[in-house]
Design a protein around this ligand. Structure first.
Ligand SMILES: NC(=O)c1ccc[n+]([C@@H]2O[C@H](COP(=O)([O-])OP(=O)(O)OC[C@H]3O[C@@H](n4cnc5c(N)ncnc54)[C@H](O)[C@@H]3O)[C@@H](O)[C@H]2O)c1
Length: 348
């Protein structure tokens, strides 16, 4: 039985958040969201829930904003690696400094549990065969570094009254109202559906752990409800061993959802060869009764079916709306966001 809690979910209007927040409500929690709404115009399928929202930038919060909550689920971030190329300072400001400050305010306000949405990307192009939570971190990008430093500094705040937990997700896939086509399986299936062909720029050998957005929401709900001694100040690779795939395999799975779709492995020099195969034994040991509902095959089918129903075409695939980096660039070029990635007065 879930213990109902009052939870602040940051980033609740994004890809994960627009699935996570309603899931937590359905579990019986009282949810308040906090989001600046960068992607409010980026809805693919209906279903963004009406959640009570603090309309603030994460960087502008004060301690009153955190008072009265039992837990924080912290998703708000500039999310995905190339976004670090936009302006490295923004990724550091929001993902690192903003997260640490949020945790400080939460602790000050007496929030007991703090779930940080982290990433397996922090293991980098690992030389170890399989990476577990004790493996050396080798962040290769500003995004990955922001997750490492935020984890380290938030972990240092853990004490008897404040329990941070770090959930290092694999790459997330699956349908969300605030869809992203810039994560690996979402992108591969979109290409299969729209173009009938899937291109892999690397040689296809890199490993990626993938996890369905609904399963991420379920796993966060589980951790919110877990006994303190099982999760206090712990990092978990969030997923399951059978969800590690080589990119070539994911491309084959994506193509199999569309009759006649082809796969082309380009093996381009300089393509993204980052590889990490994650060990999920700690999560499985801690939560032996939890079953992952989705796998890459069932998720790819769901993606293909929904893309077809939504009429996904070249305009969506090549356009700005469902690729985080492109959309932020568009908001900047239209003057809707300023040089600090804040809404301009005209837009506000
Ligand atoms: N999607 C993935 O594959 C993946 C994998 C591992 C970890 N993560 C992490 O999970 C979290 C959610 O990812 P996502 O895919 O939903 O990203 P997303 O970009 O879809 O959503 C992020 C949300 O945060 C909000 N936000 C960003 N900066 C903000 C600020 N300064 N103030 C207030 N709100 C702000 C945005 O408006 C957006 O709604 C992120 O922390 C991300 O790093 C995601």
């Amino acid at each position: 039985m879930t213990t109902p809690r009052r939870i602040l979910v940051t980033g609740h209007r994004g890809y994960l958040g627009s699935v996570m927040a309603p899931h937590l409500v359905a579990e019986g929690h009282e949810v308040v969201g906090l989001d600046t709404g960068y992607f409010d115009d980026c809805t693919l399928v209906p279903g963004v829930d009406d959640i009570v929202t603090v309309e603030k930038d994460l960087r502008d919060l004060d301690v009153q904003d955190l008072s009265g909550f039992d837990a924080v689920v912290h998703l708000a971030a500039l999310s995905n690696d190339p976004i670090g190329n936009l302006d490295q300072g923004w990724t550091t400001d929001i993902n690192h400094t903003g997260s640490v400050r949020l945790a400080e305010l939460a602790k000050k306000a007496g929030v007991e549990r703090f779930l940080f949405s982290s990433s397996c990307i922090m293991y980098g192009a690992s030389t170890t065969d399989v990476v577990d939570e004790t493996s050396p971190l080798d962040p290769k990008t500003v995004y990955a570094r922001s997750k490492v430093t935020a984890e380290q500094e938030i972990s240092a705040m853990a004490d008897d009254a404040f329990s941070p937990v770090f959930l290092r997700n694999g790459t997330v896939y699956g349908i969300s109202p605030r869809m992203r086509l810039d994560t690996v399986l979402n992108d591969l299936v979109a290409n299969a559906v729209v173009r009938g062909s899937v291109q892999v720029f690397s040689d296809g050998s890199p490993w990626r752990p993938v996890v369905h957005v609904e399963d991420v929401a379920r796993s966060f709900a589980l951790v919110l409800d877990a006994r303190r001694e099982d999760v206090h100040d712990q990092a978990f690779n969030n997923g399951a061993d059978h969800l590690n795939h080589q990119v070539r395999e994911l491309a084959d799975i994506a193509a199999s959802t569309v009759e006649g779709a082809t796969v082309e492995v380009l093996g381009q020099p300089g393509a993204d060869q980052r590889t990490y195969k994650a060990d999920f034994a700690k999560f499985a040991r801690t939560f032996p009764d939890f079953a992952w509902k989705w796998d890459a095959r069932s998720g790819a089918q769901e993606l293909a079916d929904t893309y077809r129903e939504a009429g996904l075409g070249v305009a969506e695939l090549d356009g700005d709306r469902f690729v985080r980096l492109r959309w932020l660039n568009r908001l900047l070029s239209e003057g809707r966001l300023d040089g600090a990635l804040r809404w301009t007065e005209a837009t506000a």
